[in-house]
Unconditional design. Structure first.
Length: 355
């Protein structure tokens, strides 16, 4: 990505920071016994691995304005807090979408459901898994706030970052509810799908992490706006790539079943464009197939409809256009040169990926 940054080393440091934080939580919750241990085990699984884009954009949002961090360990804790928030969102998202897997492993609600069933406990295993996933997502979000608040920065900078963190959580939760509502209605225009994309994922994946890192460096409103000019279009391109992978991604790479977004009935920009561009009979088949179990041949048929409609090519073009817009804004931003170079590499990594 860049000769000036060890991306693998950064991911290792973030994982170590998260592990250390959860070790502390384990000590605090030890009096609750094995049930707390079960919850913590799922918390550890939910923050294990991943691309760490949110932590990385937070880190380089900070270094964009402060080339040499005053406290590297404090900055790592702040960046890692965003990975706890991300884990919270994924746990809740998997339950709401009835997803069986995450990163090639069983989803948290499925693991807890299985534990209930194997133990022969009373009540519904499915309800136990659901309750556990809701509570796991809740505690991960609470811990994200705790980790950022206690990261070690001066109070004024911490409060500025927390204000942006509050906005981030409101946006992603409201965006998620909009997504759920769109699926329930069974229809979404391209414009509505873009709004879901922007608030459910794009802003909290890139723009807001940049803002939080910059706020911890004392960013002005003008500096935050400059980072938005880079981060928002890049975040949209990032999620558009995710939408393509949700339909065309290789399950051995993504850790999700083939055509998972189609099975879950997601009304993405890709799907909205396909419904607009496909012949009437093909559009009707695609629309009626969303949100139901699909065989591999059925997934292949829907993929072909989407491709032949021109939607796949249009989304690829949108990704290129948005990424170019983001990089152009980055080149003109008044930021540290090393940060500019690394952020340019992160932009490529976020939008040209296979998982």
């Amino acid at each position: 990505m860049s000769s000036t940054w060890d991306a693998d080393g950064f991911r290792t440091s973030v994982q170590a920071t998260l592990d250390g934080f959860l070790d502390t939580q384990a000590e605090l919750l030890a009096p609750l016994g094995s049930d707390a241990s079960r919850l913590l085990a799922q918390a550890r699984a939910s923050v294990s691995g991943g691309k760490r884009f949110r932590a990385a954009f937070c880190y380089w949002g900070h270094r964009a304005l402060q080339a040499t961090p005053a406290d590297e360990r404090a900055l790592l804790r702040a960046c890692s807090s965003l990975e706890l928030l991300h884990a919270s969102a994924l746990v809740h998202d998997d339950y709401m979408d009835a997803s069986d897997t995450r990163r090639g492993r069983p989803s948290s609600h499925r693991v807890l459901e299985s534990q209930h069933r194997e133990a022969g406990w009373r009540g519904s295993p499915e309800q136990y898994g659901a309750a556990g996933a809701i509570l796991l997502g809740d505690i991960l979000q609470a811990w994200a706030d705790e980790m950022l608040r206690g990261s070690g920065f001066p109070v004024d900078l911490t409060l500025a970052a927390l204000g942006l963190f509050d906005i981030t959580r409101s946006e992603v939760i409201a965006g998620q509810f909009l997504d759920v509502s769109v699926q329930a209605r069974g229809q979404a225009s391209v414009e509505t799908a873009m709004t879901v994309l922007r608030y459910k994922s794009a802003k909290y994946s890139i723009e807001r992490p940049l803002h939080i890192g910059a706020a911890l460096a004392g960013a002005s409103a003008t500096q935050l706006e400059a980072l938005s000019a880079f981060g928002l279009p890049l975040g949209e391109a990032f999620q558009l790539r995710d939408d393509l992978l949700g339909v065309y991604g290789d399950p051995t790479t993504t850790g999700k079943p083939a055509g998972d977004d189609l099975v879950e009935g997601k009304r993405t920009v890709l799907v909205a464009l396909a419904l607009d561009g496909a012949p009437a009979e093909d559009a009707k088949l695609l629309d009626s197939s969303l949100g139901r179990p699909l065989s591999e041949p059925e997934v292949d048929r829907l993929r072909a409809i989407i491709s032949h409609s021109g939607a796949q090519a249009r989304v690829e073009a949108m990704i290129t256009e948005l990424c170019d817009q983001a990089v152009s804004a980055l080149e003109s931003a008044a930021i540290d040169g090393t940060a500019r170079e690394v952020l340019r590499g992160l932009a490529s990594a976020a939008t040209q990926r296979a998982l």
